[in-house]
Design a protein around this ligand. Sequence first.
Ligand code: R5P
Length: 293
Amino acid sequence: MVIVACTPDSEGLGRRLAENLQARRVAVESRAFPDGESYLRFADVLENQDLVVVHSCFPQQDKRLMELLFMLDAAKELGAKRTIAVVPYLAYARQDRRFRPGEVVSNTSVGKLLGAVGTDTLLTVDVHKEESLKAFKIRTINVSAMPLLAEYLKSLNLFQPYILAPDKGAADHARLVASILGTDYTYFEKHRDRVTGQVVTAGKDVELDGRDAVILDDIISTGTTIANVARIAKSNGARKIIAACTHALLVGNAEETMKRGGVASVIGTDTIPGVVSKISVATAVAGSLRQLM
Ligand code: R5P
């Protein structure tokens, strides 16, 4: 028997996932002590169960990551047979190597910590780079939300949509979505200054005259990457510009930044709950989990 535990933070996706798997749901009571430390309690018996813990690690990442580790650790102590961590947004995945001498490689540390608390499997969605999961010594699964995003985009009846990847890393996503939509895609050259964090996108001639443009990425954080491409798309004659991603972090003024760049609307998934999270990854995650059972 598999049971699904989810904290209030990941309630929506956890509920949809449990429904999809026709699995029992275990509530996790969660509150903060006066000094900010997290208190967590499984409201049911876990003994001899395969336990799926759904807990996305969006900001505040450190707090959510600690909560995840606490739950996975306690679950084993409480007798769970197997623990499967469903972490739709995996924090720190972008720091997957030492870009500058002396840097910490947070992704590797996260992998070690998950292993240390006896996690049997980690399932995530559109991790920044699939290879980064090789640093984990536990079983990992990366689920793609791109087919779901493509289906949603189809329903918008866009005019001759052109899929634009803001950097090489997103090119595979763009290729996949474009193939489902039966349309064109291209990618841009992006440079991020490793010291200042400044992002520069090289201009490119793309024949967008009167066509709708979809800028597609795994993550939208400050919105700068998307806004840069939106400006180039506009100067190339794009009609409507839409930003689509799996993980809509939308930090600070991200939406305003993209709007100023010419983006008409933003679409994300429920790996991070929010107003733009219009697509649920529950079916795709449930499909992968079923193969484990
Ligand atoms: C990094 O390469 C990611 O794929 C995204 O492009 C990046 O995280 C977006 O960041 P921002 O929205 O701050 O430009």
